[in-house]
Ligand binder design. Structure first.
Ligand SMILES: NC(=O)c1ccc[n+]([C@@H]2O[C@H](COP(=O)([O-])OP(=O)(O)OC[C@H]3O[C@@H](n4cnc5c(N)ncnc54)[C@H](OP(=O)(O)O)[C@@H]3O)[C@@H](O)[C@H]2O)c1
Length: 261
């Protein structure tokens, strides 16, 4: 009997060690990457050295606007791209006045077709773009079964793919050639935890974010030796219009909480 319970406690100890090891394996790198690393080492990337201009999509609200402000704080000139021209002009003035940098705006709806990218190409011609933030993204208004969602409005799911996937690939294709030529540049793609954890009832949105992760990872492998840094950012809930979370909390921080370092 005594031997039996000793064996059980040894097995229990082994099981606890395995669970503890697995938790440490996941948690410690996260703590280093998000808390200790940035505080102890800062960042080895000087964004302002990448080029004179930063381009941010979906930049009149939420996370995109927070990125735009932080990049302006670092002295980069901005090209803000969103849907509403009036909102763009207001945000451009606000950021330009506060940080004393030049801010240009381009109004496009990323659910459109290839004409969007021709317009952006024309209006950014000749700018030395060092940082591209592919932030624009749209999601469901509420969780929904795929077929119900599709039958209610098939175009809506197509729009999610256009805004969340096509924008990232075409914007990257637009600005990366000059970065590759000068052998420096940073591309920040907004993904989501939805792209890595099970997320039923938001299946198309989640799948677009999984695309962003995979695209970013493989592109980074392809272009690392060309001096290009590609990052896929995977936030959980953030208090923005998209999440409909009004009050920031520890579980849904405000977009301004995470600073670009
Ligand atoms: N909020 C979250 O909890 C969360 C979590 C994980 C990942 N994300 C990702 O983070 C990114 C930003 O999300 P957010 O929460 O900051 O969004 P948000 O607050 O809703 O802001 C969206 C921004 O994108 C613009 N926009 C929306 N649809 C557009 C379109 N079709 N064409 C052009 N511009 C458009 C909006 O411009 P207008 O004002 O002109 O419409 C606005 O500036 C998205 O990719 C999202 O998937 C968000």
């Amino acid at each position: 009997m005594e031997e039996h319970s000793r064996l059980l406690s040894i097995l229990g100890g082994i099981a606890m060690s395995i669970v503890g090891f697995q938790i440490c394996r996941k948690v410690l790198p996260w703590i280093y990457a998000n808390v200790l690393g940035p505080r102890l080492c800062g960042s080895s990337v000087n964004l302002a050295e990448m080029g004179e201009w930063a381009v941010v999509t979906g930049s009149t609200d939420g996370i995109g606007k927070a990125y735009a402000r932080e990049l302006a704080r670092k002295g980069l000139k901005l090209v803000l791209i969103s849907r509403s021209l009036e909102k763009l002009k207001t945000v451009a003035k606000e950021i330009g006045d506060e940080f004393g940098v030049e801010v240009r705006v381009i109004d496009v709806d990323f659910t459109g077709g290839m004409e969007i990218y021709e317009k952006i190409r024309t209006e950014t011609a000749g700018l030395d773009v060092g940082v591209l933030v592919n932030n624009v993204g749209i999601s469901y208004s509420h969780p929904e079964y795929f077929l119900d969602c599709y039958n209610a409005d098939p175009k809506f799911l197509r729009n999610i793919v256009a805004a969340n996937i096509h924008s990232v690939t075409h914007m990257t294709a637009l600005f990366m050639p000059a970065m590759v030529q000068k052998r420096k540049g940073v591309i920040i793609n907004l993904s989501s935890t939805a792209g890595v954890i099970p997320n039923p009832l938001l299946s198309v949105y989640s799948a677009t974010k999984a695309f962003v992760n995979k695209f970013s990872d493989d592109l980074q492998t392809e272009y690392k030796t060309h001096g290009i840094i590609i990052q896929s950012v995977q936030p959980g809930f953030v208090a923005t219009n998209m999440s409909k979370i009004r009050k920031p909390s520890v579980f849904a921080p405000s977009p301004e909480t995470g600073r670009v370092r």
